[in-house]
Design a protein around this ligand. Structure first.
Ligand code: G1P
Ligand code: ZN
Length: 540
């Protein structure tokens, strides 16, 4: 049935689909307009097959019912839905690929809080299982700006809780177990016997599902298939508001896990995942692993897992991610790529077989098994490596740094700053970028500066203005960029890194190593003048 509508402002997808306050998504026609813009941008829904699911946050089930009705009215042939409307982002990516679907709708605002006063989101992934490329998201935005109608069928809600197939008009509705296919995929990649033997030998673990979507996946894989003791998975029941927390796996938000890992009876291994299951945090007994280091460790040890035993084709990392993985690529003699922030840029490299392992500093790592980052995949590869090498997390990190040296790293987030202030600060910096090389700030010499632009090596697609980079003497680097996933004001991210070779004297904390660089950049950009503060909300 055709419904008349008028365009709604602000339907421009960011780094990872469209994220807004839940109430905005719930406003009349908002979800429908954006969904119709997706159908229009992909050339219509007629005869197509779509995967559909979300992270279970507030409004998930209602949004799914609307999208089912719209898929039907847009002529779709089939929608494949996770039972209860649940699908983790990597599981959705896998289903799109394994079922040969044309694409998928994933309902999530990732690690942002959920609830009627919190955040909601919708992203569209294409037939390769990965986030829609920029050309398509730009089409969505352009379509929504001129939208005058959408198509939505009438009818009662579909039963999402019973596995099986029903029909609505021309469309088949297939409800599947959200975990089964994904768990089988994991079993095909990793040495489950070795990991099970590790657990049988007394190895202990705590996995914090943060009341988000990975609970059912972690229970099934870690406890039921691999034999980790009951209670290994904490906060394992998905809740609409994630128990009131931020389902963001970092030391700040996963504080329950961090506390356990530094307690006297800490388990051997700790991990957490985010709202939709694509991010991960890794922590050993008293040893937090930065995501940039985790990417490097996984790339260096991937050959220990059956799926990667033949070696990896190459590695890709987002630009703000530290250079730790670059050192591994060099040692392995494989290609290394530096892409803009956001998983979509890895897709073409993965599709072309140029890279096998990808990662971002924001706790995302993954491989060519799907076209999304994958939290549990990273956890399982860590377990596989630990099972083979028989080292603790701290020992494995020490071993890695002794071989490659260490990239000390920090990301500082200044959240919910007035948009104009953030833009003014960065415009000011941008204007000075061409003349920064050779100047000094706070006693530190700037050696180079640029605005990051990227040309996709496979399809030639260009992306400009992907962040500001400043290099200093001694090899340290600072990056500034604006978040593309916030829902309120602007978020300025400042990324700092400094390499120390294996033979550098003494062990030092990242904060100490990075202090001069931090002071230099805060002064260079004048955070105090523009944002009224020099202290970030979150440091990871
Ligand atoms: C953030 C992360 C980025 C990640 C994205 C989606 O985007 O920084 O690495 O790809 O979330 O999970 P940002 O808010 O920085 O644009
Ligand atoms: Zn996520």
């Amino acid at each position: 049935m055709e419904h008349a509508t008028t365009p709604i402002a602000g339907q421009t997808p960011g780094t990872s689909g469209l994220r807004k306050k839940t109430r905005i998504f719930m406003a009349p026609h908002f979800l429908e307009n954006f969904t119709q813009s997706i159908f229009d941008a992909i050339g219509g829904g007629a005869g197509k097959r779509f995967v559909l699911g979300g992270d279970g946050r507030f409004f998930n089930a209602q949004a799914i019912q609307s999208i089912i009705a719209m898929a039907q009215a847009n002529g779709a042939a089939e929608v494949i839905i996770g039972r209860g409307g649940l699908l983790s982002t990597p599981a959705a990516s896998h289903l799109i690929r394994s079922r040969g679907a044309d694409g998928g709708f994933i309902l999530s605002a990732s690690h942002n809080p959920g609830g009627i006063e919190a955040d909601f989101g919708l992203k569209y992934n294409g037939a390769n299982g990965g986030p829609a490329p920029e050309a398509v998201t730009q089409k969505m935005a352009a379509t929504s700006a001129g939208l005058t109608r959408y198509y939505k069928a009438d009818g009662a809600d579909v039963d999402l809780d019973t596995i099986g197939t029903t029909t609505r008009g021309q469309m088949q509705i297939t409800v599947v177990d959200p975990v089964a296919d994904y768990a089988a995929l994991m079993e095909s990649l990793f040495d489950f016997d070795a990991i099970a033997a590790l657990f049988a030998g007394g190895f202990t673990m705590c996995f914090d599902a943060m009341h988000a979507v990975t609970g059912p996946y972690a229970h099934a894989i870690l406890e039921q298939r691999l034999g980790a003791r009951a209670g290994t998975v904490i906060n394992g029941t998905p809740l609409e508001d994630f128990g009131g927390g931020h389902p963001d796996p970092n030391p700040v938000w996963a504080h329950e896990l961090m506390a356990r890992m530094s307690s006297p009876d800490a388990p051997d291994f700790g991990a957490a995942s985010d709202g939709d299951g694509d991010r991960n945090m890794i922590v050993g007994r008293g040893a937090y692993v930065t995501p940039s280091d985790s990417l490097a460790v996984l790339a260096a040890g991937a050959h220990l897992a059956p799926a990667y035993a033949g070696g990896i084709a190459g590695i890709a990392r987002s630009m703000p991610t530290s250079a730790a993985a670059d050192r591994v690529a060099k040692a392995l003699g494989v290609e290394m790529f530096e892409t803009p922030t956001g998983w979509k840029f890895f897709g073409s490299l993965l599709d072309a077989g140029r890279v096998t392992i990808c990662g971002e500093e924001s706790a995302g790592t993954g491989s060519d098994h799907v076209r999304e980052k994958d939290g549990l995949w990273a956890v399982l590869l860590w377990l596989n490596i630990l099972a083979v090498r028989k080292l603790s997390v701290a020992e494995l990190m020490a071993d890695h740094w002794a071989r490659f040296g260490r990239d000390h790293y920090a990301r500082l987030d200044f959240e919910e700053v007035p948009s104009e202030a953030a833009h003014a600060m960065l415009a000011d910096l941008g204007a000075r970028i061409p003349t920064l090389a050779g100047t000094r700030v706070e006693g530190m010499q700037i050696t180079a500066a640029d605005v990051f632009a990227y040309t996709d090596p496979v399809d030639g697609a260009q992306s400009a203005n992907q962040g500001w980079r400043i290099w200093f003497e001694g090899g340290s680097r600072a990056v500034l960029r604006l978040s593309g996933t916030g829902t309120q004001g602007a978020t300025v991210r400042l990324y700092l890194e400094q390499y120390r070779p294996p033979d550098a004297a003494g062990s030092v904390e990242a904060a100490q190593v990075l202090a001069p660089l931090r002071a230099a950049v805060l002064a260079l950009c004048d955070f105090q003048k523009h944002l009224g503060r020099t202290t970030p909300d979150v440091t990871t």
